[in-house]
Design a protein around this ligand. Structure first.
Ligand code: AMP
Length: 306
């Protein structure tokens, strides 16, 4: 795609009206503009950036589910959806290039942990420009507790709750997808701004929901640093990641042992690219706004045009 077209798309995608136009355009494009035998499925994901040759990725792909006659490749298939959610959330590979550019390095030289924290949330480990693990799983229900999704839980709880409340699996999953997460814990809202306000007004459950979410992100950062054998930079993106200085601080606090040192003043920023770690922080912390619509539109256009 020419630079001029890229720039035009970027301008369009940066305005609210433009973003809606892009959404609509995408739908029409998918419905009408392609030859009947061609279907470009570029959901908010980037399967091209995963690293199938990496041992960590193989391990990250496996669900330890034992079903009679099931072969290892079938077990792996269950978690293969990892490709579908990987880095997704943010705009790899362009996003990874952007992160690397901000650090003055090439993507191949970096171990990154990308925290996409919004209504849907996930954390992704990116080693050498490739995603090696991500917190979402067979479906986006896995990983962090989100706006309304429960995130990871002990599967045993399904049987307990279904028996206790006489629910079938569809009702159970509906609750886990649409009524759980910080909404379920707080009983207030799925919107983190509402939770912050409610907490300030003394609602303990709202505070608990935010703390639980932040704790989940912190644990994943630790886990992925261990999986990659280190981390050069942590990236915050999406609604919460870009806007909530207090949540970013809370997530990073306690990570000093692994070389993360925030700059409270630099962190006092929202919605724009910034380095928010201290100058002497061994691990850099970046804020990089996400722009999923633009990336989806650009990827789709370049795939269709060949
Ligand atoms: P996204 O899914 O990326 O559009 O993010 C949406 C979420 O970002 C909303 O549910 C809000 O909870 C959160 N959000 C947006 N602005 C703020 C803010 N200033 N502080 C905390 N959370 C925010």
């Amino acid at each position: 795609m020419s630079r001029l077209r890229r720039s035009v798309l970027e301008i369009v995608a940066n305005s609210p009206l433009g973003q809606n136009m892009l959404r609509l355009g995408r739908i029409f494009f998918e419905l009408f503009a392609q030859p009947p035998d061609m279907h470009v499925h570029r959901a908010d994901l980037a399967a091209d950036v995963v690293a199938p040759d990496r041992v960590e990725q193989r391990l990250a792909r496996i669900y330890a589910v034992g079903i009679a006659h099931q072969k290892l490749h079938e077990v792996e298939f269950l978690r293969r959806q990892i490709d579908r959610h990987a880095v997704a959330q943010r705009d790899a590979p362009l996003g990874v290039e952007r992160d690397a550019a901000m650090l003055g390095k090439k993507p191949e030289e970096l171990k990154l942990i990308s925290c996409h924290l919004g209504n849907g949330s996930s954390v992704t480990a990116v080693d050498g420009g490739k995603s090696v693990d991500t917190s979402m799983g067979f479906t986006p229900l896995a990983g962090l507790p989100m706006g309304t999704r429960a995130g990871d839980l002990d599967a045993g709880i399904l049987q307990y709750l279904m028996n206790k409340y006489d629910m079938n699996i569809d009702t159970m999953l509906d609750i886990l997808n649409k009524k759980s997460g910080v909404q379920g814990v707080s009983g207030v809202s799925s919107d983190f701004r509402d939770l912050e306000n409610a907490h300030k007004e003394g609602n303990e459950r709202a505070g608990l929901a935010v703390d639980m979410f932040n704790y989940g992100v912190k644990k994943l950062i630790g886990a992925y640093a261990a999986a990659m054998g280190g981390v050069d930079a942590i990236i915050f993106t999406a609604g919460v990641g870009e806007n909530s200085a207090s949540q970013r601080l809370d997530i990073a606090s306690g990570l000093e042992f692994m070389g993360v040192k925030m700059d409270a003043e630099a962190n006092n920023v929202r919605g724009k690219e910034a380095v928010i770690s201290a100058a002497d922080s061994k691990v850099k912390v970046l804020l990089i706004p996400t722009n999923e619509e633009l990336m989806i539109a650009m990827d789709t256009a370049s795939i269709v045009k060949g």
